[in-house]
Design a protein around this ligand. Structure first.
Ligand code: MTE
Length: 299
């Protein structure tokens, strides 16, 4: 059973989830709602999500500027329909796919994830998305592939920030194949039960909840399977500060600040500081991926 936007009015979906939590199973109106509820219990945190206002007004999306308010101010002009993604490299079915084809038959779920930025702030976000593994399985990953590389759109006429040479555009990110195939790794197409706001990476972005937020690349137009560790934006800019893995790790500080604690956005300027958890709280699920690696070296 796949959730379509047409199955349910998005706002009602969120409302109904709240009602479900308060009222129990009697309020299960449609199978689509049950589907979301089931997914949440498997992978979601019980923590209270940040408000839609917090999530859509305090952003990093350098294509629209470096200020936290710039994406909300300038991303409105981004054209997200039509949208296609080129999938190439070591795959059986390379091609340029319409977003609808990318999403076809991939079960959408609500995943309430902790989101920890390298700048030592955090949020809790109710994403809507599907597992990246489902898409990779469909295009057929060849046995020689070891990494997945991602690129964001570059469209200067709609993205005022790309005039700055500070980053070598396109913004790019990468994962090891086993990280990309992990069930926690999703391509998100919405949040709070609605299509993805532009400032959060419409129409489709990566979310890897055990890694610092910059790994979660927005507005993806290319996914390439490779046999070599791909170059990534922050690692290219400052390799001593931003490693390829960038797993959330309170015991490995950023050279210029501590990573031991974080400020939860929306909890007030003076409260809301909390200890950062190993792998952002997803240690039980993902620690086995790094067995035998020294995480101070592979940071
Ligand atoms: N993706 C692109 N294309 N450009 C960016 O500047 N910023 C990253 C990441 N993905 C960024 C990006 C950083 S630093 C963070 S913390 C998150 O997006 C922020 O996601 P949010 O605005 O949805 O909270």
């Amino acid at each position: 059973m796949r959730l379509n936007w047409s199955d349910v009015t998005p706002k009602n979906m969120w409302l109904n989830r709240r009602q479900l939590m308060a009222g129990g199973a009697a309020l299960l109106a449609t199978p689509a709602l049950a589907r979301i509820e089931a997914a949440k219990s498997a992978y979601s945190t019980d923590e209270e999500p940040n408000s839609l206002e917090d999530i859509t007004s305090y952003n990093n999306f350098y294509e629209f500027g470096t200020g936290k308010g710039d994406p909300a101010e300038y991303a409105g002009g981004l054209t997200v329909d039509p949208w296609s993604i080129t999938i190439d490299g070591l795959v059986d079915k390379p091609g340029t796919y319409d977003l609808a084809d990318v999403m076809k038959d991939q079960p959408l779920e609500e995943r309430i994830y902790r989101f920890r930025c390298v700048e030592a702030w955090s949020m809790v976000v109710p994403w809507i998305g599907f597992q990246l593994s489902g898409l990779l399985d469909r295009v057929g990953v060849q046995p020689s592939a070891k990494f997945v590389a991602f690129e964001t759109l570059v469209r200067p006429e709609e993205m005022p920030g790309v005039a700055s040479p500070f980053i070598e555009w396109p913004y790019r990110e990468g994962l090891r194949l086993d990280e990309a195939m992990h069930p926690l790794t999703i391509l998100a197409t919405g949040l709070y039960g609605e299509p993805m706001p532009k400032q959060n990476g419409a129409p489709i972005r990566l979310v890897v909840p055990w890694k610092y937020g910059f790994k979660s690349i927005k507005s993806i137009v290319r996914i390439s399977l490779t046999d070599k560790m791909p170059p990534t934006t922050w690692n290219m800019l400052q390799p001593s500060e931003y490693g390829f893995y960038s797993n959330v790790n309170p015991t490995v500080d950023h050279p210029r600040w501590s990573q031991a604690s974080e400020r939860r956005i929306g909890t007030g300027l003076f409260g809301g500081r909390q200890d950062t958890l190993m792998f952002n709280g997803y240690e039980a699920e993902v620690a086995p991926l790094y067995a035998g690696q020294d995480l101070a070296v592979d940071f």
